[in-house]
Design a binder for this molecule. Structure first.
Ligand SMILES: [Zn+2]
Length: 362
């Protein structure tokens, strides 16, 4: 995603607040397609349900955001996403030809928090379940609530808690959707993977890290250099300059920590059609931080004192506090395994795999 389409700022209202005037027609994505994408999606889902394909059984249907007021959160986020997807530049795809993409927020029969990529005939659909969106919103709000002093002293002195939470929500939302998008751009869903033989059994896991990395690069470009910078400036009420950049970076790091902890606390992993294993969450967190650091150094020309001054540890602790304490014990166990010599071979394999995917070289 080039993530640069002009975005009208809307005063967003919360999901349960629907007292906005209804009846406004959204501009829907209809480019290159004979049928509107939402119709194609309904048809696609009906077909899968008729065939009792298990993978789609939990999805009840799309949420008709066009019936919601334009400032309502679901509606705003779905419109925002589809605007990004309709404006994909060559830079972003690295020259890979993509089918028309369309995003849908879907209701589900269970409370599964997940995101998917579904490839259909006319479109490829990126899908997020309503419980995942609601969870992101809930966690964002709680994190701001639990860290009021930090938020007003360090992040955004003039912004209200809901405004800061909204930015954390947008960053989580775009992290998950860019991850799914990256699987497509990086051709992870195709049958013949160029480095499959060389990477071997860790292919799926390294692809997950590759998608995290590519997604992070997109997001950072959007929030530091694209349309996201203006949104962050408005929501955080910081006009410009270094203060804005510091706050964007803090919110970004916090939002990926929240999202990883949420997946870790795990109803389910963020999932694509890969069907493969995801790396343990501490590995994803570690690589995510490395990708952010790389982007700051190589693209953003920013120094990265936060890598070593305890910031990361504090942010992780703030995100972890959103979850029950017993979870922390299980996480500590996984982390100590990853730090022990017993995991050395595993870590080495992952490192070689991700290097190979990113550079194409041995
Ligand atoms: Zn994935």
């Amino acid at each position: 995603m080039r993530f640069e389409s002009t975005l009208q700022f809307a005063n967003l209202v919360s999901v349960d607040d629907q007292d906005q005037p209804a009846g406004f027609e959204p501009d829907r994505l209809t480019v290159n397609a004979m049928i509107p994408p939402q119709v194609a999606f309904e048809r696609f889902l009906r077909e899968k349900h008729t065939r009792f394909e298990e993978k789609y059984a939990h999805i009840a249907g799309r949420i008709a955001v066009e019936d919601l007021p334009s400032a309502q959160l679901y509606r705003w986020f779905v419109d925002w996403m589809n605007r990004q997807l309709s404006d994909i530049g060559v830079n972003s795809t690295g020259g890979v030809a993509l089918p028309p993409l369309h995003f849908e927020l879907v209701s589900v029969h269970n409370d599964v928090a997940a995101a998917h990529v579904f490839e259909a005939e006319e479109f490829t659909f990126i899908v997020m379940t309503q419980p995942m969106f609601d969870e992101m919103l809930r966690l964002s709000r709680r994190l701001v609530e639990q860290n009021r002093a930090f938020m007003s002293l360090q992040i955004a002195p003039s912004a209200s808690p809901p405004e800061i939470a909204q930015l954390l929500l947008l960053m989580q939302f775009s992290f998950v959707t860019s991850h799914e998008y990256s699987h497509l751009v990086r051709r992870h869903l195709e049958d013949h993977q160029p480095h499959a033989a060389a990477i071997g059994e860790s292919l799926c896991q390294t692809q997950e890290l590759d998608a995290d990395g590519y997604g992070i690069y997109h997001e950072l470009a959007y929030f530091f250099q694209g349309g996201g910078r203006q949104l962050a400036s408005q929501w955080l009420r910081i006009s410009a300059g270094k203060a804005l950049e510091n706050s964007i970076l803090s919110c970004f790091l916090l939002s990926i920590m929240i999202q990883f902890c949420a997946r870790w606390a795990g109803k389910m992993q963020v999932e694509s059609d890969l069907g493969g294993e995801h790396p343990p969450l501490p590995v994803r967190i570690e690589y995510a931080i490395l990708f952010v650091e790389m982007w700051c150094r190589e693209v953003g020309a920013m120094s990265t004192p936060w890598m070593t001054d305890g910031t990361i540890k504090d942010y992780f602790a703030a995100a972890a506090r959103l979850f029950p304490p017993e979870m922390k014990a299980a996480w500590d166990q996984q982390m100590s395994w990853l730090k022990s010599p017993r995991s050395e071979q595993y870590r080495d394999q992952i490192r070689r795999g991700i290097d190979r995917l990113r550079t194409g070289k041995e």
